[in-house]
Design a protein around this ligand. Structure first.
Ligand code: URA
Length: 232
């Protein structure tokens, strides 16, 4: 990506040009190592989709419009994990399609990622909590196995947890977001690297923290580049 285009993306996020000195983001060609035999993956995705669509594991099924499994190519290196569908996502059946989703797309573009081609996006919860309240622990416990199955099918090279709820639930910690940023965590049996940043909805309310989010994104991109070169 050239400097000019990155500056345009940073402006779209709302970050001043002066923070855009990082070297050009080069997203290497997607490489993915499926944990399941390639031939089984479509059937496993379909089973997952059907289960989430008809899920009654927690009371949220009674108030949601539909379950929101996730969106994106099933062969890609990046998995972005948010909290739960909001009103717009509940209506449309796709994660991050509202205002926060637009900011998320701009954040991803700023590090050379395109939602349509090289990122899968999912949430910890597949059903919308009424009024967008925080997920309850029992809802997370009921829903997390779906995300774990998604991760096993996707085998992403890196995961970006956006927001406290996603980060804490994924990493099994109560540490505040500020303590989780700036490090590479690991998740699950594949020790998938996890980088943590702010939730785009928070950044819309607190634009002063967009600069810190940009640091996190550059950090994540650097981790990914080192992984792709076999240095991590
Ligand atoms: N916020 C989230 O965490 N996920 C969505 O899908 C939308 C908003």
């Amino acid at each position: 990506m050239d400097e000019l285009r990155r500056n345009e993306y940073l402006e779209a996020i709302g970050i001043d040009r002066w923070v855009s000195r990082a070297s050009a983001a080069v997203a290497p060609a997607p490489v993915s190592v499926p944990s399941e035999p390639e031939s089984q993956a479509p059937a496993l995705w379909e089973a997952l989709r059907r289960e989430v669509a008809s899920c009654t594991r927690c009371p949220l099924h009674a108030t949601r419009t539909q379950g929101v499994l996730g969106v994106g190519p099933t062969h890609c290196d990046w998995l972005v994990i948010g909290e739960a569908p909001g009103a717009e996502e509940d209506k449309r059946g796709e994660p991050f399609v509202g205002a926060a989703g637009q900011l998320l797309d701009a954040m991803l573009r700023a590090i050379g990622l395109d939602r349509a081609t090289n990122v899968y996006i999912a949430n910890v919860l597949k059903s919308r909590p009424p009024g967008n309240r925080d997920p309850k622990p029992e809802e997370v416990a009921a829903c997390l196995p779906y995300l774990v199955r998604q991760i096993a099918l996707l085998r992403p090279k890196i995961m970006l947890a956006v927001g406290r709820i996603a980060a804490q639930n994924l990493l099994g910690t109560q540490l505040p977001l500020g303590k989780l940023r700036g490090q590479v965590h690991q998740f699950g049996e594949f020790n998938t690297p996890v980088v943590v940043t702010y939730h785009p909805a928070y950044l819309l309310r607190t634009p002063a923290d967009k600069r810190k989010a940009w640091e996190d994104l550059k950090f994540a991109r650097g981790v990914y580049q080192r992984l792709s070169q076999g240095d991590v």
